[in-house]
Design a protein. Sequence first.
Length: 72
Amino acid sequence: MTGASSGIGYVFANELGKDGYLVTCVARSEDKLKNLVRTLGEGHQFIAADLSDPVQLGEIEQELRGCNESKR
């Protein structure tokens, strides 16, 4: 879930987590993401990054692809 540190992204991440979905929260604010993931509980993860930076976007893509590959 992008923009998960505040606003509608936070609300969606929180609701999906409560509904039993494992959520990967992405935003620039690491402290806010840590708090959200702590609230959501075990199994959720966060990635602090700026999605407007192509390098960081590529790193996130690779990390998420790695997560999906390990679950197959």
